[in-house]
Design a protein around this ligand. Structure first.
Ligand code: NAD
Length: 294
């Protein structure tokens, strides 16, 4: 029989991901802060719980998908949390994007806890569409045997699944992912403003650009956001701001220079300061438009 799953954090990503596990035949018990998301889980065939403790009590595998490090610490290490209430020998897979240090601290806490709870960091890339279509890239840190144990679950959620190294390594790779994505969106946004100011048909231009070396998943997936100025998230600027903080700090720690990353981090921070933190990260286009008086 398949392992029983507890899913903590049913947001933009967690809802469709947990539903893919239900479709694959897993029993999923979920907890999140919004009642309507718990109702959605029930409608999809899952079991809503009333707390983290309630959700994890009978689970073999606990998956967390919450916004950032403080929420992972609260959910995992808190009094009502995963380590206090999960079954001995269960596997905790944190799929949130957080600092590598927090992932390492969670793994240490689990090891010191003595209940034999195993831990993997397994952040994802591919956005809401990747979550819905179960084609996420999943970057994993932790022990090889725990990775093997989680493999069937990952297979139901994603397409490209790679163990990158020890605890925290998945987060380090995700930080690099976020650097590349933000810089790519920023470059596309600059191209959009340039093209429009030049009087070129934007739809035609983006179509042909997408087929050449400038083509990217970012351009494909965000093209309609750019064309329609539709900045409903998606992936919120607030979350990308968090990720730019993670990658710039991690790069500083190891002495890697990120000149473009540093500028893009400032542009993301500026959008947030201007009240656009709740918009999709394709709203970097708004920032370029403001700079260009467009
Ligand atoms: P979201 O804000 O839509 O969802 C977060 C969920 O966590 C919410 O449902 C909230 O209720 C829940 N939560 C927060 N604190 C909690 C607590 N203490 N107990 C229980 N539940 C709690 O965020 P999202 O877009 O789904 O992103 C989740 C994570 O995945 C983030 O780390 C993000 O960086 C990462 N991520 C997001 C995307 C994307 O495109 N949205 C893509 C890849 C990775």
């Amino acid at each position: 029989t398949l392992p029983a799953i507890a899913w903590i954090g049913l947001g933009i990503m967690g809802s469709p991901m947990s539903e893919n596990l239900i479709k694959a035949g897993y029993d999923v018990t979920g907890f999140t802060l919004e009642q309507r998301k718990l109702d959605r889980l029930a409608a999809a065939g899952g079991t809503p719980a009333v707390s983290v403790a309630d959700a994890v009590r009978n689970a073999d595998v606990v998956i967390t998908m919450v916004p950032a490090s403080p929420q992972v610490e609260a959910v995992v290490l808190g009094e009502d949390g995963v380590l206090a209430h999960a079954r001995p020998g269960s596997l905790l897979i944190d799929m949130s994007s957080i600092t590598p240090q927090t992932s390492q601290a969670v793994a240490r806490a689990a090891a010191e806890d003595g209940k034999g709870i195993r831990v993997l960091d397994a952040p994802v890339s591919g956005g809401e569409a990747g979550a819905v279509e179960a084609v996420l890239s999943i970057m994993v840190g932790g022990e090889p045997e725990d990775f093997e144990r989680a493999r069937p679950i990952f297979a139901a959620l994603g397409k490209t699944v790679v163990r990158c190294g020890p605890h925290g390594a998945g987060q380090t790779v995700k930080a690099a992912n976020q650097l590349i994505v933000a810089a790519n969106i920023q470059a596309c946004a600059e191209a959009v403003v340039f093209l429009e100011k030049s009087g070129v048909d934007l739809g035609a231009a983006l179509d042909v650009l997408a087929g050449g070396l400038a083509g990217s998943t970012v351009l494909q997936r965000k093209k309609d956001n750019f064309l329609r100025r539709d900045f409903a998230p998606g992936f919120r600027i607030d979350l990308h701001h968090k990720d730019m903080g993670i990658v710039t700090a991690a790069a500083r720690d190891v002495g890697a220079a990120l000149p473009v990353g540093a500028v893009v981090a400032q542009l993301v921070a500026a959008l947030r300061a201007q009240g656009d933190g709740g918009l999709d990260h394709s709203a970097l286009l708004r920032g370029v438009e403001r700079l260009s008086g467009a």
